[in-house]
Design a protein around this ligand. Structure first.
Ligand code: NAD
Ligand code: ZN
Ligand code: ZN
Length: 233
């Protein structure tokens, strides 16, 4: 584990300074021109510093980006607010738990006849929120666990399984917040990586058949920076 770095150091890895055409570009964070001061830096000597992210080249006030980073859970990664490109390894705030999977043989999902089914299970339990959570020190609840998701045991389904495991390792699978379904605050919810929670039928809208599911979940994983490249190392 690396020592926690300051926001300045983290930004420094991913940005370069820019000096030209500052009056032609707006900062997408504060919406002022880059030639004017950052709204977050009144009177600060660095308020006029403009930077550009190294790979996507989007430009911002340095102080605006620093403020954005410091209001996140400071995991040493940065996501471009303009194009969502991820710098570093984005992690989430999923509380402790475990993930396991098993093959259910002789059990096919609609649309994947002839294939076995992979059943993924998540065990999480209630606890006290940590400093990275919305209400540190307050309890959080954990409803409907263990939760299960189903994948076809085909090549693409197995690839999705590996990427889901990486997402879980990076604490991205669940988050703590308000449940859309129940309105309950301070509870564990899914975090934008969809699972098919119905084995047979589609009463909830989260079942099979759905010919686009594997591609959709691959896109959701990619939005967090989790792609096949992550599995190479
Ligand atoms: P949520 O309602 O805040 O929604 C978060 C995400 O989960 C959304 O993207 C949504 O599309 C997705 N989602 C909603 N219902 C889903 C389902 N049945 N299967 C797969 N994905 C689903 O998320 P949440 O609070 O985590 O609730 C998700 C589901 O969990 C609920 O529909 C419900 O089936 C179950 N749940 C059960 C209990 C319980 O006490 N048994 C309590 C709360 C939620
Ligand atoms: Zn700005
Ligand atoms: Zn960008």
């Amino acid at each position: 584990f690396s020592e926690a770095m300051s926001g300045q150091e983290v930004l420094g890895r991913y940005m370069t300074k820019v000096h030209t055409d500052l009056d032609k570009t707006d900062c997408a964070i504060c919406c002022d021109k880059l030639s004017e001061a950052s709204s977050y830096g009144d009177g600060h000597p660095e308020a006029y510093e403009a930077i550009q992210l190294s790979r996507c080249s989007h430009q911002f006030h340095k102080l605006c980006l620093l403020t954005m980073y410091n209001s996140s859970h400071k995991d040493d990664s940065l996501q471009c607010p303009s194009c969502k490109m991820i710098y570093g390894e984005k992690t989430g705030i999923c509380p402790p738990g475990n993930m396991s999977w098993k093959i259910m043989s002789g059990n096919s999902l609609a649309g994947y006849e002839g294939y076995n089914t992979i059943c993924v299970t998540y065990h999480l339990s209630s606890g006290i929120q940590g400093p990275e959570h919305p209400q540190p020190g307050q309890p959080y609840t954990c409803r409907g666990f263990p939760r299960q998701g189903f994948l076809p045991d085909c090549d693409k389904g197995r690839k999705v399984l590996k990427l889901l495991m990486e997402a879980f390792r990076r604490r991205l699978m669940f988050t703590i917040g308000i449940s859309h379904t129940t309105g309950e605050p301070n509870t564990v919810t899914w975090n934008e990586i969809h699972h098919k929670t119905e084995l047979h039928g589609n009463q909830s809208g989260h079942g099979y058949p759905d010919p686009n599911y594997l591609d959709n979940v691959l896109q959701e994983l990619a939005a967090y920076g989790i792609t096949e490249d992550c599995l190479a190392t």
